[in-house]
Design a protein around this ligand. Structure first.
Ligand code: OAD
Length: 228
């Protein structure tokens, strides 16, 4: 039974209206990433960071999964137990399209955790510096359950294990610049398995893949899944 590991990035959600990181002129919704997506920024300006993620959470509610999310969920259904879906995205569009067991290696916008008691839970409302932890009741310790720069991504052991068992590695809509996600194609190549990249355009990583498909993910990924 062949195993497929699929890594998605911001490009898979671009056509749902969520802006990618590196196409935005170095700014993320008008902010420098280091001002909103680092533990240091949260320490120095918690209200600004909360406000930034409150806006992202509210905006996500207005977005819908697109044909690429739907195609990947369909592939997972057709090949039960054979498709490991890993995403760098913090949105929930894969799940809303029907995908299961998605490994959100950079965390999730709709989850929070408490810095005091480590409690994690789903959260779709605004957070402030005085929101009470639903578990320990303390104030001010809640943060988005998102991997900020300088923090260690989630699920690294599971990802490594999946890559070691994979017969095919597919990267969709990612610039391949942020490690450790960017290192996955190197592991796949070292194992000699088929590697496929889907992107709007050639990337700095394209030369590392045995196959590349250029164009919008809604078209290229849907076609690939239909013909699979
Ligand atoms: P990037 O913004 O770096 O790259 C998005 C990629 O998607 C680019 O290569 C685009 O060419 C491609 N793209 C855009 N629209 C597309 C479409 N419609 N169809 C196919 N491809 C398209 O985003 P990521 O690679 O996901 O990390 O960025 C990786 C990480 O860097 C993010 O998870 C985030 C960021 O800083 C953290 O927040 C920790």
């Amino acid at each position: 039974m062949s195993q497929i590991v699929i890594l998605t990035g911001a490009g898979v959600s671009a056509e749902s209206g969520i802006r990618t990181f590196r196409d935005a002129g170095g700014l993320w919704e008008g902010h420098r990433i280091e001002d909103v997506a680092t533990p240091e920024a949260f320490q120095a300006h918690p209200s600004l960071v909360h406000q930034f993620y409150n806006l992202r959470r509210a905006a996500l509610k207005q977005c819908e999964p697109n044909a690429a999310h739907v195609a990947l969920a369909d592939l997972q259904r057709r090949l039960p137990g054979q498709v490991t879906l890993i995403t760098q995205n913090v949105d929930d569009l894969h799940e809303r399209a029907g995908a299961v067991n998605v490994l959100h290696m950079h965390g999730e916008l709709l989850k929070i955790r408490c810095c005091h008691c480590s409690h994690r839970c789903r959260w779709s409302d605004d957070l402030t510096t005085t929101t009470e932890c639903p578990e320990c009741g303390r104030l001010g310790g809640l943060r988005p359950d998102i991997v900020w720069f300088g923090e260690i991504p989630f699920f690294l052991d599971q990802i490594e294990e999946a890559l070691q068992l994979a017969d095919m590695f597919v990267a969709i809509g990612t610039s391949g610049l942020v490690y450790p996600a960017a290192g996955m194609v190197h592991v796949a190549r070292s194992r000699g398995i088929r590697t496929i990249e889907f992107n709007l355009r050639r990337t700095e990583a394209s030369a590392l893949f045995s196959e590349t498909h250029q164009g919008p993910a809604t078209e290229t990924v849907s076609k690939w899944v239909t013909e699979f």
